[in-house]
Design a protein around this ligand. Structure first.
Ligand code: NAD
Length: 366
């Protein structure tokens, strides 16, 4: 058999695998891109555009293999559909991943080529910054496409979305405290924040201002020490964070930190943080938390401040309109808790149901 035939056979196998992954998650479109000259290689996934154009950040990551990259972009774009839907904004879910080392600095040609690929989708996908990209990168991408958000303020964008994300997380956390304790006052409440990077740092600021006693951990010493000093927060070790006798655990570093191991040690009444995909297994761990009486604030609901910021750029919203969208996170979080109680389902499931209901309704009205 010739090389070409061998290659064809591999491609056939892989494409069957691709559809096996896409179909259950119901993606509308997946685009693979490859540019030999710049070494750019990646995937854009458009999950759902019923409510509006799909929007989601562009992540650059050293994936172990291509299946991991595909899985990541499919999972993240689906999450964006739910995030925008539940936030009441008119955007669909999309995401881009670029395969490569995020620490390597790429040149202008690389990012312009990415911009061209985004542009080729004619607005069906709008990009933004994510892990390994930045507002500066977006200012290069925008030279090739208008379908870009998270641009620097100097380029007419809204800049770093983290302060908006932190504010939304703070409001979602407050609503969760209200549900668990009957009042949303944070005076004297003990909160454990895991990860004090962009979002975690600002969240600690909101929490201490509201009178909470904050415990922090981070594997980055610079971030840890700076935040501890600025807000007089108590530093704990990376594993100790799960064992603390606190009211709230706020994951602001990584996904999947709420799992069978940590649920057995966590002593908090509430989990509310910024990290995406906090539940290692959406169904299993959502139910475990419900059984254990720990109230979980769905991450894609309370960390939507960043995408709301991007929405501002797409629809030219003013500051007050944007703030209102972010502040709606408080009541929507309470609505989710109500739905969870009424339907006797985990909060994550209730949030997904509410997001899907809005999309189905919009589809029926089209
Ligand atoms: P960041 O990279 O600025 O901060 C993350 C921090 O977590 C870093 O300081 C890092 O050292 C720390 N960290 C990593 N692993 C850790 C560990 N095992 N234990 C303790 N600390 C650890 O990221 P960010 O922008 O602040 O985002 C935080 C989380 O929120 C991420 O999961 C991100 O996907 C999510 N999120 C961010 C935004 C946003 O607007 N930035 C929006 C939505 C969701």
């Amino acid at each position: 058999m010739s090389d070409a035939n061998n290659l064809m056979k591999t491609v056939e196998k892989q494409s069957a695998h691709v559809f096996a992954m896409i179909e259950p998650m119901e993606h509308e479109q997946v685009m693979f891109f490859n540019d030999k000259e710049t070494g750019l290689k990646g995937i854009i996934a458009v999950h759902n555009t019923v409510l509006g154009p799909s929007l989601g950040g562009c992540r650059i990551w050293n994936y172990d293999n291509e299946s991991d990259a595909l899985w990541d972009v499919l999972r993240l774009s689906r999450g964006m559909t739910f995030k925008s839907s539940i936030s009441g904004i008119n955007l669909g879910g999309g995401k881009a991943v670029i395969i490569g080392n995020p620490k390597v600095k790429r040149d202008e040609a690389f990012w312009r080529r990415f911009g061209k690929f985004v542009d080729s989708l004619n607005g069906k996908y709008i990009t933004a910054e994510d892990v390994g990209t930045s507002t500066e990168v977006m200012s290069i991408v925008m030279q090739e496409t208008k379908h870009v958000t998270g641009k620097p303020i100097s380029a007419g964008g809204t800049g770093d979305p983290s302060p908006s994300t932190a504010y939304g997380v703070f409001l979602g956390l407050k609503a969760s405290v209200k549900e668990a304790f009957g009042t949303d006052s944070l005076e004297g409440k003990k909160v454990a924040v895991q990860g004090v990077g962009h979002v975690g740092h600002d969240l600690v600021g909101h929490l201490t201002k509201a009178g909470a006693k904050v415990f922090i951990t981070d594997i980055n010493k610079v971030n840890l020490e700076a935040t501890a000093k600025e807000f007089n927060a108590t530093v704990v070790g990376p594993h100790e964070i799960y064992d603390l006798d606190v009211d709230v655990y706020a994951p602001c570093a990584l996904g999947a930190t709420v799992n069978s191991d940590t649920i057995s040690t966590l002593r908090c009444a509430v989990i509310a943080g910024a990290a995406n995909n906090q539940l290692a297994d959406e169904n299993l761990h959502g139910q475990m938390l419900l059984d254990k009486g720990i109230l979980f604030a769905p991450d894609f609901l309370i960390n939507a401040g960043g995408v709301i910021n991007c929405y501002r750029e797409v629809h030219n919203l003013n500051e007050a309109e944007t703030k209102q969208h972010i502040e709606n996170i408080y009541t929507r979080t309470l609505d989710i808790f109500k739905k969870s109680k009424t339907e006797k389902i985990p909060t994550q499931e209730a949030a997904i149901k509410m997001a899907v209901e809005r999309i189905e309704k919009a589809k029926a009205n089209k």
